[in-house]
Write a protein that binds this ligand. Structure first.
Ligand SMILES: C[S@@+](CC[C@H](N)C(=O)[O-])C[C@H]1O[C@@H](n2cnc3c(N)ncnc32)[C@H](O)[C@@H]1O
Length: 284
């Protein structure tokens, strides 16, 4: 992705959370700030580009991954987690939306500087106050080392029980970049800290004939300048791969698992993205 460009996909995912919040009859995730966060002209541009057969499954994917993450986060906060690192945060609104959970929590949003600047400017335009315990840390995973950047911050405590989320990002990195970042996470936090992330099952990429859903989303990502790289995993080998990087896999949800858990009452023809999986792992 061009580092001088605000992430287009981060605006799309915020738009999708807003769309779900406004239109869903069976609400999975309530991002009531997302609509205002996406500027009107951006909303209009997005609306002109929507391909319904991709938009609805992608929206279901975005809201289920957010729900999955924040359900586990909330549970772990009750168990004593007091730092939350959002890797590739984009337009994530957790810190403002869940002020009920912010009292004993420090939140670190990591993203590329241009996207963070855009978000900060938008918060200022909307008059939204940034909580004192929310830190914006500009990092490009392809150029900087997460370990070095986070451990330099006086506010970040490597001894604390920490929750990391990494949603919608591994897709845009190479496998090597993903592994480097995973090693950094394992190195900068205490045993028992938690990571939730989503990933593309590389078996889907390797198929002789990829699904139409996957082909269309690949074409779209190329068009908006955020092409997919190969940072996925073979879902059948995920436990071994993570173990070699310092993690114990706790849960690995396939698209069918996700649909069964969250989308049973969904009437869309294609409920979710058939190539995206969610995983939860604990640092050894
Ligand atoms: C699809 S958006 C997801 C945003 C957010 N996590 C969500 O679920 O709505 C991908 C995010 O990853 C960020 N990202 C992509 N490549 C990155 C990199 N090399 N370093 C840091 N952030 C990156 C983008 O700027 C963008 O905010």
């Amino acid at each position: 992705m061009n580092e001088n460009q605000v992430s287009n996909t981060s605006l799309w995912t915020a738009y999708m959370r807003a769309y779900h919040c406004i239109h869903a009859t069976d609400k999975i995730f309530d991002d009531f700030l997302a609509y205002d966060l996406v500027p009107e002209d951006v909303r209009e541009q997005i609306e002109q580009q929507i391909i319904p057969e991709v938009f609805l499954p992608a929206t279901n994917n975005i809201v289920t991954r957010a729900r999955y993450t924040e359900d586990i986060l909330e549970e772990t906060i009750r168990q004593g987690v007091n730092q939350y690192v959002i890797l590739g945060a984009g337009m994530d609104t957790f810190a403002l939306r869940r002020q009920d959970l912010m009292e004993n929590l420090k939140v670190f949003e990591i993203d590329q500087p241009t996207t963070q600047d855009f978000k900060l400017q938008r918060y200022a335009e909307l008059g939204w106050k940034i909580p004192e315990n929310l830190y914006f840390v500009p990092i490009d995973f392809t150029k900087q080392n997460l370990e070095t950047e986070l451990t330099h911050l006086p506010s970040y405590d490597p001894e604390a029980k920490t929750f990391f989320s990494w949603l919608g990002v591994t897709n845009y990195l190479t496998r090597e970049e993903v592994e480097t970042t995973l090693r950094s996470i394992a190195n900068i936090t205490s045993s028992g800290s938690i990571l939730v992330f989503d990933y593309i099952d590389i078996n889907e990429l390797n198929l002789n004939k990829q699904s139409e859903q996957l082909q269309k989303s690949t074409e779209y990502l190329e068009k908006v300048g955020e092409p997919r790289k190969t940072g996925g995993f073979n879902s059948l080998r995920l436990a071994e791969d993570l173990a070699s990087l310092g993690f114990n896999l706790v849960e690995n949800l396939s698209p069918s698992d996700i649909e069964r858990r969250y989308l049973k009452r969904c009437t869309d023809i294609q409920h979710s993205l058939r190539y995206m999986n969610f995983a939860c792992a604990v640092i050894k």
